[in-house]
Design a protein around this ligand. Sequence first.
Ligand SMILES: Cc1cc2nc3c(=O)[nH]c(=O)nc-3n(C[C@H](O)[C@H](O)[C@H](O)COP(=O)(O)OP(=O)(O)OC[C@H]3O[C@@H](n4cnc5c(N)ncnc54)[C@H](O)[C@@H]3O)c2cc1C
Length: 441
Amino acid sequence: MGGCVTHDIHIIGGGLAGSEAAWQLAQAGYKVRLSEMRGSGEMTPAHQSDRLAELVCSNSFRSDDADSNAVGLLHQEMRALGSLILTQGDIHKVPAGSALAVDRDGFADGVTAALEAHPNVTIVRERVDSLPAEGRTIIATGPLTAPMLAESIGRATGKDSLAFFDAIAPIVHRESIDMETAWFQSRWNKGSGKDYINCPMSKEQYLEFHAALMAGEKTEFREWENVPYFEGCMPIEVMAERGVDTLRYGPMKGVGLDDPRTGRWPYAVVQLRQDNASGTLWNMVGFQTKLKYAEQVRLFRTIPGLENAEFARLGGLHRNTFLRSPELLDGTLRLKSAPNIRFAGQITGCEGYVESAAIGMLAGRFAAAEIAGVDLPAPPRETALGALLSHITGEAEIETYQPMNVNFGLFPPIEGRTKKADRKRMYTDRARAALKDWLAA
Ligand SMILES: Cc1cc2nc3c(=O)[nH]c(=O)nc-3n(C[C@H](O)[C@H](O)[C@H](O)COP(=O)(O)OP(=O)(O)OC[C@H]3O[C@@H](n4cnc5c(N)ncnc54)[C@H](O)[C@@H]3O)c2cc1C
């Protein structure tokens, strides 16, 4: 891009996040150049049109219940902040019970028309191949970022900082693990000696579990995904196919772990490791999987100690470009090593249409505040926006960082004894009060 600069900010990628970021900045009065490669003869393997904010798969924004669901709460917060994605979602809503589902064509047409009509937005159909060295920029190129730009991002962020595939192990809410059966201990008492939660299995339980893994229904890769199996993060069911004892000598080995109920090493074990700083979320170590979601819930609840497990995230493997954001980004989504650049959307490691748009919204608002020379504090962690943002920008464990949906496990826990039935409402009431205070300030 040469010549005289006529915009305040350059947004690259006109998906869910880039469209929302552009809207927030344009509404704040700033000139936006929005570069989208679709429409210039380019396409991602999953998109099918030139429209901005195209939904590449399902037409659902998931639950719209703001009282007892974290994504429903996120919808409510985004509406309160004038979200383009939620406005168009509401206009193009189709019947879907308590979920918000949309007519995908009407929705994407609506987003495209709103941005095309905005006097502060210039949409340029072009592919951008390198990170701009200067000028305020938001990168929102998503899980299928074009390869040359991905290479340029990789060069700027360093080796191993940009992943091209995810390998997601299920994450369990700590409070749903039965600690009468499971116990805290690190293998051979290393580290603090209590770094893992261990769920023991007898020989009979292990053999049954192995057989169920082999029989379980798996999801298929899309032809273009080309997901390789790396030795360190092979799906659990693929490992099971290698032999009945492979798991027992791999992630499920019981050696060095003393079951307090028997005083002996269990025949096999499932270990969970802390996944966020507040210790509300624990991931099942080595359990990345392509099993279908319903199958995962059914099968993993047969593990002793996990009979009542509530999953904050289920496992998966996909092609997915995402950064090690908790290490690389500051609290307002700027690349620490090049603060003229912000990241937004799924490339930051959030997961889902709504979460991507939410992070686009925050990137847009932080950038607008920066241009205006005002300091915009991050939304409080008690809100859905704040919980998601803080997870991405520092709260999550860096080493095991994988894409994440919004869920109550990202929020500061509710202190004191509460009835389970009341807890979700307590989270959402607290969030509404916190958002109100933040907006007032
Ligand atoms: C196959 C697939 C299925 C999915 N299914 C679901 C689902 O059912 N539900 C759900 O909630 N989420 C789903 N997701 C996740 C979904 O992609 C994201 O939630 C969401 O679209 C991400 O928003 P985004 O704005 O970050 O990226 P995108 O919406 O993908 O937008 C990124 C944009 O950047 C453009 N772009 C890329 N590289 C360049 C470049 N170099 N120059 C210019 N433009 C560029 C792309 O063309 C695209 O328009 C799916 C993802 C994939 C890949």
